[in-house]
Design a protein around this ligand. Structure first.
Ligand SMILES: [Zn+2]
Length: 100
């Protein structure tokens, strides 16, 4: 018995992009709180691609191979890393952040 589930296929791509990009940001905290903040930042700014189950995800993967979609995801994830790095919610001190 298959129970179809609705999911946002962009989430997989954002996680993938984060894993690839975060290594280039040496100063970034990268703890679970900061990681999730970046993922949420990106997911709230990228148009969702809702798919049903696995079959739909494969179709979306094909569509996302277009350079433009991939580039948009990477740019947004990088923006999220920079933004979270300026004021990490986990309490980690970051250089150059003005205290309120
Ligand atoms: Zn952190």
């Amino acid at each position: 018995m298959n129970k179809p589930a609705i999911r946002n296929a962009i989430e997989d791509h954002v996680v993938e992009a984060y894993d690839q990009l975060v290594v280039h940001f040496k100063d970034f905290c990268g703890c679970e709180t900061c990681r999730l903040d970046v993922l949420v930042f990106a997911l709230n700014r990228l148009p969702p691609r809702y798919v049903i189950g696995r079959e739909g995800a494969v179709v979306t993967d094909v569509n996302l191979d277009k350079d433009q979609s991939r580039a948009a995801i990477e740019v947004t994830v990088m923006e999220g890393i920079r933004k979270v790095n300026l004021a990490p919610r986990c309490g980690r001190k970051s250089g150059g952040v003005r205290q309120p």
